[in-house]
Design a protein around this ligand. Structure first.
Ligand SMILES: Cc1cc2nc3c(=O)[nH]c(=O)nc-3n(C[C@H](O)[C@H](O)[C@H](O)COP(=O)(O)O)c2cc1C
Length: 183
């Protein structure tokens, strides 16, 4: 299986990345890859409706968006790791907005069942300094709305907040999350 980790942080190699890297070590028998939003150039949706989705799920804008979407299409499962920046980090929100717009215009122009993310399993993870459940829920709920809209299959948990996992970084510095390991 091919598992893709998408790090929503604006900061390269930050706590969300470090957490995801640790998580993927546990499933190293699978093919794994991490893509960090911080390393990509993804512009906001420019509402170029006339040109949107000439082919299903193909964006007319020329930047790194399609690269990430291709990785997502090829993955058997996706883990989204997104920090709490009061809201969802802006670059990641831009990505969600672009995918959502493509979904809408793909349906308009090419009909149903063209969504390559449909049915794909995804796991939602959030990171904040405090690990507060309020912060976690806000981010996870937002990601869940996206996953539902894309008809992805969210992996849930038996523990609060159920729709995903919340991690405490213990501070704002890069690497602080590694000190939060349980012995
Ligand atoms: C704009 C902004 C707002 C933040 N607000 C909070 C907050 O209210 N509570 C909290 O626990 N952490 C907050 N944080 C801290 C981040 O969640 C924390 O540093 C996290 O480790 C960042 O993950 P990253 O290194 O993957 O970017 C905030 C960070 C930013 C940049």
């Amino acid at each position: 299986m091919r598992i893709l980790g998408v790090v929503g942080s604006n900061r390269k190699d930050g706590n969300s990345y470090l957490l995801l890297k640790e998580m993927l070590k546990d499933i190293s028998y699978h093919e794994t890859k991490i893509v960090q939003m911080a390393e990509l150039n993804i512009k906001p949706c420019e509402l170029c409706f006339e040109k949107c989705a000439p082919k299903p799920f193909e964006c007319a804008q020329d930047d790194d968006f399609q690269k990430l979407l291709t990785e997502m299409k090829q993955a058997d499962g996706i883990i989204f790791a997104c920090p709490f920046y009061f809201y969802v980090p802006s670059k990641f929100q831009v990505f969600l907005e672009r995918v959502s717009c493509l979904d809408y215009f793909t349906l308009e122009r090419h009909g149903e069942d063209k969504n390559p993310l449909k049915g794909k399993p995804c796991l939602l993870v959030t990171v904040s300094a405090s690990g507060s459940s309020f912060n976690a829920f806000q981010i996870l709920h937002h990601l869940q709305e996206f996953a539902l809209m894309m008809q992805m299959k969210t992996v849930t948990s038996r523990f609060w907040p159920f729709i995903g996992f919340s991690a405490k970084a213990g501070g704002i510095e890069k690497g602080s999350i590694l000190n939060e390991r349980k012995p």
